[in-house]
Design a protein around this ligand. Structure first.
Ligand SMILES: Cc1ncc(COP(=O)(O)O)c(C=O)c1O
Length: 358
């Protein structure tokens, strides 16, 4: 354990608090015993509040991709439309195909948002029974207009609406039931500020019925298995108990702060980063009105050596930001404001960015 502590301001994993790590060190318990069932049942109401649902919230010992792939396997019999506007959403098209499904990309350029009218036009072509959307495309800092897209989906009742909230969950309201979302999923290592390895998701009643009618949905991500085990406050297979302990601790933090206050804090910290971006003469990669609230993807319009800058930042201040994802590496950089950050810690980061910029 000689690695020095480098504080993460990358868009996931993010910094994990000592309190969260301590929660993970609780003595091990059996996952079919009463202690686990108590832990599992105890966190449900608060998870349901965060998900905006009366449906159970399932815990998957996997990263988000497990549930993203699982959603396709559990729901698609005809054809899936994958909204694609960045690295993760582009990959969902490929993953759908690898599941042996007919998949169509609703493709826009990286940095652009998926617009409701595009979704309507494509779904109106017919034959689709599943639509996937990444709410907050982490690779380019685009926040897609979820309520407006949800309204379009209500015009196509045969289409299941799967929403990835991996990098937006708990930073803003995402009322699953009200929006008519069929699967809402997220992961532990983004705004929940936990280590990676746990995915959380909820499934609507009608999506559960669809899953029941599909025969080749596999085992590990079978929604019906999750539901069956849920009835006894358990997971289908041995779960990552330390992360579930961490989740309980994190829910204590979230509800002590207050959910609305947490949303307001993320918005304020995001605005603080945006002010810095403007003041330093940088531009945003995503257009106004479609910018993420949990991270900022900055265009490198000043043509700086991003990699060298981040190296200086890491060596001098022991902070790290992200130097751009995939094909926009170096042309952009990303700053996260997810998790437990405060205006003081963001100010500290911004001062360190200034100190190492030139
Ligand atoms: C929006 C989004 N979806 C999905 C993923 C994939 O998550 P994981 O690698 O944890 O499965 C990521 C990872 O950063 C992401 O940002």
């Amino acid at each position: 354990m000689s690695t020095p502590h480098i504080k993460l301001f990358i868009p996931g994993p993010v910094e994990v608090s000592e309190k969260t790590f301590r929660a993970m060190c609780a003595p091990m318990i059996g996952h079919r015993g009463s202690e686990f069932k108590k832990l599992y049942a105890g966190i449900q109401p608060r998870l349901q509040t965060l998900f905006g649902t009366t449906r159970p919230v399932f815990l998957s010992t996997s990263s988000a991709w497990g549930v993203m792939e699982g959603s396709i396997r559990n729901l698609t019999t005809k054809k899936v439309l994958n909204a694609a506007c960045g690295a993760f959403s582009d990959k969902w098209v490929d993953v759908s195909k690898r599941c042996g499904k007919e998949a169509v990309a609703l493709q826009v350029a990286w940095g652009e948002a998926i617009k409701p009218e595009m979704v309507r036009e494509k779904l109106a072509e017919g034959g689709f029974d599943t639509f996937t959307l990444i709410h907050n495309e982490t690779s380019c800092g685009v926040r897609n207009p979820l309520p407006e897209i949800a309204a379009v989906l209500r015009e196509f009742p045969e289409v299941m609406f799967v929403v990835d909230s991996v990098s937006s969950f708990s930073t803003q309201p995402i009322p699953m039931d009200e929006l008519g979302i069929d699967v809402l999923l997220t992961g532990s290592q983004k705004a929940l500020a936990m280590p990676p390895g746990l995915a959380l998701f909820a499934v609507s009643e009608r999506a559960m019925k669809r899953a029941e009618s599909i025969s080749d949905r596999g085992y590990y991500f079978d929604f019906v298995e999750f539901a069956k085990n849920q009835e006894q406050d358990m997971t289908p297979s041995t779960p990552v108990i330390p992360l579930i302990n961490a989740l309980e601790s994190k829910l204590d933090d979230i509800f002590t702060e207050g959910v609305e206050a947490r949303h307001a804090r993320h918005a304020a910290l995001n605005a603080q980063v945006h002010d810095w971006v403007r003041a330093r003469g940088f531009e945003f990669f995503a257009p106004e009105g479609y910018r993420s609230l949990s991270l900022t993807c900055v265009k490198n319009n000043r043509d700086i050596d991003v990699a060298a800058w981040i190296k200086r930042l890491r060596e001098k201040h022991r902070f790290v930001i992200d130097g751009g994802y995939g094909k926009i590496k170096g042309k952009t950089f990303r700053i996260s404001n997810m998790g437990d950050e405060t205006s003081a810690t963001i100010a500290e980061l911004l001062a360190a960015l200034d100190d190492t910029l030139e």
